[in-house]
Design a protein. Structure first.
Length: 201
């Protein structure tokens, strides 16, 4: 049975889960990620770096068990069905992306899709002191969650969040995604999170 840690933060529930699925191979994912640098698609050039890196699912097939497992966990938690759209399902876009933070880089305050209900992040490479995930309430209160390689975090897409500066000497790498209530209407979304959903720190 999975160990699920639940945190309540101003009416929002945040879940942290250690994934032990044998089909999830982080080394394979990282190898596929760096093997296909020439195929990277980017969005959101903010604070002198690209926030999102997109790769087609046929180039990073090792992420698919993470997406499937995340959907199963979300269904169990929220008691409804979700979908993470991507090209192998026939969509023209992919609702998952990688975030690579080099030493000294951070991610600003933002939230995700208005039409997605749940967002998630799976940690692929988290060196010590490489930055924590912070959630921010409408009253500017902060809830800080320390990431760990192999851990999944699920949270409401509307909840503002940011990542503190990477103070390590290595890259901090994660996989993020948006979950939409199923059945899904593909006229309500474009790929990634919305640029106008970034806010001042």
């Amino acid at each position: 049975m999975k160990s699920i840690d639940k945190y309540s933060f101003y009416g929002n529930n945040i879940f942290s889960i250690k994934l032990n699925n044998k089909k999830i191979n982080i080394d394979n994912i990282l190898n596929e990620l760096f093997l296909h640098k020439s195929h990277y698609l980017y969005s959101h050039f903010i604070c002198k770096r690209w926030e999102n890196i997109y790769l087609q699912p046929n180039l990073v097939p090792s992420v698919l068990p993470i997406l499937s497992e995340s959907l199963a966990i979300a269904k169990n938690i929220y008691e409804e069905s979700f979908i993470i759209p991507h090209e192998l399902f026939g969509f023209s876009f992919n609702e998952y992306w990688f975030n690579i933070a080099n030493p000294g880089e951070s991610t600003g305050v933002h939230n995700h899709k208005k039409k997605s209900k749940v967002s998630g992040v799976f940690y692929l490479q988290i060196p010590k002191n490489s930055g924590n995930l912070n959630f921010k309430s409408e009253r500017s209160e902060i809830f800080e969650l320390k990431p760990k390689t192999g851990k999944l975090v699920l949270f409401p897409s509307k909840l503002n969040h940011f990542v503190t500066k990477n103070k390590s000497d290595e890259q901090r790498i994660s996989l993020a995604f948006n979950c939409f209530t199923y059945p899904f209407k593909d006229d309500i979304v474009i790929s990634g999170y919305e640029k106008n959903n970034f806010f001042p720190m």
